[in-house]
Write a protein that binds this ligand. Structure first.
Ligand SMILES: *Cc1c(COP(=O)(O)O)cnc(C)c1O
Length: 233
């Protein structure tokens, strides 16, 4: 068995164990394999093990990979999620090539994605990125502006607002990991109480997926535990 196949098995066991410990059905947690910095061959290897959802951060790298995978496996079921920072002049290719975007933090970006989404593809799935670590992070909408942003994004015609995403400050202590994820869950519950239909909490990575699942994650974004350590150029 290849390393990626073995790693996927181990991650699957971790997810299943965390779901069981939280009395949640395994099917409520989707594994998003974060393939940034790894080549299309690594994605194809994961697909051979049954993995279908992949997350990418860097647009040009992602577009090349999406094309290479489509050429190698025409028609194979694969779902691409954009999870990196979004520049407003790069929204058009994101709207055209991805199924999900997890990192919307401003209305202007959402408006552009909605305008530029090719209608034949159906609505683009959106998570709003929230800054739940305050000063420690520069990314994400702040909690105060979240209710208005969520209402406005939910009203855009070619988007489907699915939920919230966060990258909390790195913590080793499980209790501290859980506290940050609980915060995101509470924010989603507040929005739901306000009438928005949200079904997604995108939270948890290689180092904290168990804590995230304990607090209700429906998508965990896992990179290095599947593909190995990343080397940036
Ligand atoms: C890179 C990245 C991940 C995966 O991180 P790992 O620690 O390798 O699992 C998840 N989410 C986002 C937004 C990322 O940029």
């Amino acid at each position: 068995m290849s390393t990626i196949a073995e790693n996927l098995q181990a991650v699957e066991a971790t997810i299943a164990g965390a779901a069981e410990a939280a009395s949640r059905p395994r099917s409520m947690v989707q594994l998003l394999a974060v393939s940034k910095t790894f080549p299309a061959e690594a994605v194809l290897e994961a697909m051979a093990s049954g993995q279908t959802a992949f997350g990418e951060n860097y647009l040009q790298e992602a577009l090349d990979k999406i094309e290479a995978v489509a050429r190698a496996q025409p028609g194979a079921p694969v779902e691409w999620h954009f999870i990196g920072p979004i520049q407003s002049n790069k929204t058009r290719p994101i709207a055209a090539s991805f199924h999900w975007v997890h990192t919307v933090e401003r209305l202007k970006i959402a408006q552009r994605l909605s305008e530029q989404r090719p209608p034949e593809l159906g609505p683009l799935n959106i998570c709003l990125q929230v800054n739940i670590s305050g000063e420690a992070s520069k990314s994400g909408a702040c909690e105060r502006e979240l209710p208005d942003l969520a209402r406005q994004v939910a009203a855009l015609p070619n988007l489907r607002l699915r939920g919230l995403m966060a990258i909390p400050e790195r913590q080793v202590e499980p209790a501290l990991q859980r506290a940050a994820f609980a915060r995101l869950r509470a924010l989603a519950e507040q929005l739901r109480a306000g009438g928005l239909q949200l079904d997604t909490l995108s939270m948890g990575m290689s180092g904290d997926m168990e804590a995230a699942i304990a607090e209700g994650a429906t998508i965990v974004r896992v990179g290095s535990a599947i593909f190995g350590a990343r080397h940036y150029e």
